[in-house]
Design a protein around this ligand. Sequence first.
Ligand SMILES: [Zn+2]
Length: 63
Amino acid sequence: MKKSLVEILVCPTSKAALELTVDQAEGDEIVEGGLICPTCDHRFPITQGVPDLLPWDGCATPK
Ligand SMILES: [Zn+2]
């Protein structure tokens, strides 16, 4: 995913802005890393350039 994409991504549970961590990047393309929600204290993995923003097991989804 593009590094700039993080600006439009939000946590699916809390809708909070996410913080990007990078383990491996090619230019402005994130290959491996994570997106952290400081509100939920949850890390969404970025694998093979694809962010996994699915709600996780055990999350309390607000209605
Ligand atoms: Zn959240």
